[in-house]
Design a protein around this ligand. Structure first.
Ligand SMILES: Nc1ncnc2c1ncn2[C@@H]1O[C@H](COP(=O)(O)OS(=O)(=O)O)[C@@H](OP(=O)(O)O)[C@H]1O
Length: 290
């Protein structure tokens, strides 16, 4: 009995109300830290949730009223559909021979720019929200969807919008595989692509494919299921945008007006000038893709 009294008084002394509260607080703090730590680890393995939130945020900020973006996305993510056989009635004409490229060396200017971009991209890692998630794993695949044009149609903006989606991975630079680098082979092309996980779509954009006569057959030879996206823009503003880009690199080129008109008095337009020719969408280029 005495023993139990002593032990009781010791117990009472060591667990007075203040100490009790302190012990409880310490336990709660420990549990809170533990839960917070576990949650951080768990959330980092759930990129889909994170990016879905970002997309929602963008849509709210932009107050989207149409669902064209959603339509495009669902088409991209849908199962491949068959497409018209391009090879059967395809005859191979020379590449852009009739065009007067924006003062002859436009192609060289563009190529330098593109390869600078590619080198830049390889040096600095992809800054997309999914980069940390998918850079290390997955495998490189040939693109299942390509933005083929048109130059100055807003193709860069479209690709950047699309690649915000967690299931789309895109190469930032323009590979120019189906026009300038076809001889490098498909392995070279595949190697430019970012790694993708199962179910993700690989994309690229090279607007000059649209005006390259060989491109349809070449893309079809790679895969008939490749989805092709074309953005068109008013041909006049497109031509001005094209000209402005060249002018920024070569300030001494002739005026837009003098390049556009063969005869200013009669209003005869020089359709051999590439800035004009690219904008003749249907008659000059689109028929190559049927
Ligand atoms: N969302 C949207 N809507 C309309 N227009 C847009 C959009 N985003 C970009 N742009 C304009 O598109 C022009 C650049 O096009 P591209 O990215 O296709 O250029 S490029 O071919 O890759 O050089 C360039 O046109 P200009 O400014 O007239 O030169 C961009 O301003």
């Amino acid at each position: 009995m005495e023993y139990s009294l002593i032990s009781h008084s010791r117990y009472a002394r060591s667990f007075n109300p203040v100490k009790k509260k302190l012990v409880l607080l310490a336990i709660m703090l420990f549990l809170w830290v533990y839960m917070a730590y576990s949650c951080v680890g768990y959330c980092s393995t759930m990129p889909r949730m994170m990016v879905d939130y970002r997309v929602k945020e963008t849509q709210t900020a932009g107050k989207r009223t149409d669902n064209s973006g959603v339509d495009l996305m669902s088409k991209l993510l849908s199962k491949p559909q068959g497409w018209v056989d391009l090879e059967t009635d395809y005859d191979e004409p020379p590449i852009r021979t009739a065009s007067r490229d924006l003062l002859n060396n436009e192609v060289e200017i563009d190529q330098t720019e593109d390869w600078d971009e590619i080198r830049g991209e390889q040096k600095s890692p992809d800054q997309s929200p999914m980069s940390s998630f998918s850079n290390g794993s997955g495998s490189k695949k040939l693109p299942q969807a390509i933005i083929i044009g048109v130059k100055k149609g807003g193709t860069r903006a479209l690709l950047e919008f699309l690649r915000v989606h967690p299931d789309i991975r895109a190469v930032g630079a323009e590979p120019h595989f189906f026009d300038r680098n076809y001889d490098n082979g498909l392995d070279w092309y595949r190697d430019l692509m970012p790694k993708t996980l199962e179910g993700q779509i690989t994309m690229e954009k090279t607007p000059s494919y649209f005006v390259t006569r060989e491109a349809p057959a070449r893309i079809s030879a790679m895969s008939r299921d490749t989805k092709l996206i074309v953005v068109v823009r008013d041909p006049v503003t497109r031509a001005i945008s094209d000209y402005t880009q060249t002018l920024s690199k070569k300030p001494d080129i002739p005026t837009f007006e003098s390049l556009t008109f063969k005869n200013r008095t009669t209003g005869l337009i020089d359709i051999s000038w590439s800035a004009i020719q690219i904008g003749i969408y249907d008659h000059q280029h689109l028929q190559n893709w049927h």
